[in-house]
Design a protein around this ligand. Structure first.
Ligand code: NAP
Ligand code: 3JM
Length: 338
């Protein structure tokens, strides 16, 4: 079997760590694994297939001989280093928002638009969508194919791991401080996140929305390849460690009942229907954490429009929302194109 030299850029982060684990779990055909992060991480190691691999500092000459780069070092770092890696012949799968909306860069969710991967040839870069977008489109695409979506109203309940390792620590520390009657320290978020909800993810824009909200609007249209779908979003950070939840209201062009939607979704790739309210069964973040599927439940009619459904969608934001989706893209890339 052909094997590939793979670099994980941002390897010491919440997403990068999970990428290394998933490459091993899914037996990705890795020849040599290179781990890259900032100078702060020199001296650290990560375990891959039982071997301790040192973390190297990301530099312009880091990509010689590397076939595939899985990037999650933040937008500014990707913006600089993804083109450098691509110029060295490495195909970059980038998890940041740096390139997602560039027309010649494919934005891919393997269950939804795997064919778009072929456009990696344009610039040597494939973008991985935002975590909240990924789990929503995995569920919406089969429903769109069946009854055509007109409009989506989504509100998210996003876990702190989506902000990275510092935010996971901040929630832990705040909970401990509160239980011990100590002052709460805030470094990552502008307000206390413990026992609170913040209607603020990423920066505010002039239109009153946040960047995170506009990512959901714009990325959904690009991945679903349909600019007519209207999307409006409210993104909220909640004191959960792993797993994003979403309340999604969908208006369709054509008739679609909750029963039809459940039947379609029970056959959809990467989706699990958990929808038995009489037994208190519905998707939960604590159950989705560590899993690969996207979970959907609470599917019910919205009677305020001719063809409307409400649903609750949950997934592990670090796996399907980031690292797993990127590795799935890499799997298709090697299977079909490299
Ligand atoms: P994190 O836990 O804070 O980790 C950040 C990683 O980037 C660390 O490995 C860090 O290295 C590295 N890094 C930071 N500055 C660097 C530099 N100048 N040069 C090289 N490496 C650098 O954050 P995370 O949660 O893993 O997320 C990382 C990025 O992935 C985010 O900023 C975001 O753009 C993207 N992301 C995408 C999704 C998605 O939905 N697709 C979800 C979450 C995150 P050190 O440890 O050495 O500092
Ligand atoms: C998720 O560039 C940065 O500071 C990272 C911001 C960020 C992003 C992003 O915009 O790339 C943090 C967490 C994302 C994302 O997936 O869009």
């Amino acid at each position: 079997m052909k094997t590939y030299n793979v670099a994980v850029v941002g390897a010491t982060g919440a997403v990068g760590n999970e990428m290394v684990a998933i490459l091993e779990q899914r037996k990705f055909p890795v020849n040599k694994l290179t781990l890259l992060a900032s100078a702060r991480s020199i001296g650290k190691t990560l375990t891959f297939r039982g071997e301790e691999i040192p973390v190297d500092e990301l530099k312009e000459d880091s990509f010689k001989g590397i076939d595939i780069g899985l990037f999650s070092p933040g937008g500014a770092v990707s913006l600089k280093y993804a083109p450098i890696a691509a110029a060295a012949g490495c195909v970059v799968i980038d998890n940041t928002s740096a390139f997602r909306m560039e027309p010649d860069i494919p934005l891919v969710v393997p269950e939804v638009n795997p064919h778009a991967i072929k456009d990696y040839k344009n610039r040597g870069i494939i973008a991985n969508p935002n975590c909240s977008t990924i789990q929503m489109v995995v569920v919406l695409k089969p429903l769109h194919d069946a009854a055509k979506i007109k409009r989506v109203v989504v509100s998210t309940y996003q876990s702190v791991s989506g902000t990275g390792k510092k935010a996971i620590f901040e929630l832990e520390q705040q909970v401990l401080a509160i239980y011990n009657n100590k002052p709460v320290e805030k470094n990552v978020y502008p307000h206390q996140i413990a026992f609170n909800c913040l209607p603020h993810i990423d920066a505010f824009l002039e239109n009153g929305y946040t960047k995170e909200e506009m990512k959901m609007v714009n990325e959904t249209k690009k991945i679903m390849e349909d600019n007519t779908i209207q999307v409006t979003a409210t993104t909220v950070r909640v004191p959960v460690f792993y797993g994003h939840s979403e309340s999604v209201n969908v208006e369709f062009e054509r008739e679609i009942t909750p029963e039809m939607a459940r039947k379609i979704l029970s056959k959809a790739k990467g989706v699990k229907v958990v929808d038995d309210p009489s037994k208190n069964k519905y998707p939960l973040a604590i159950n989705a954490a560590g899993k690969d599927d996207t979970f959907v439940g609470r599917i019910r009619r919205d009677d305020t429009v001719p063809h409307g459904l409400n649903m609750w969608i949950v997934a592990d934001n670090i796996r399907k929302g980031a690292a797993l989706n990127a590795v799935q893209i890499a799997e298709l890339l090697v299977e079909k194109y490299l």
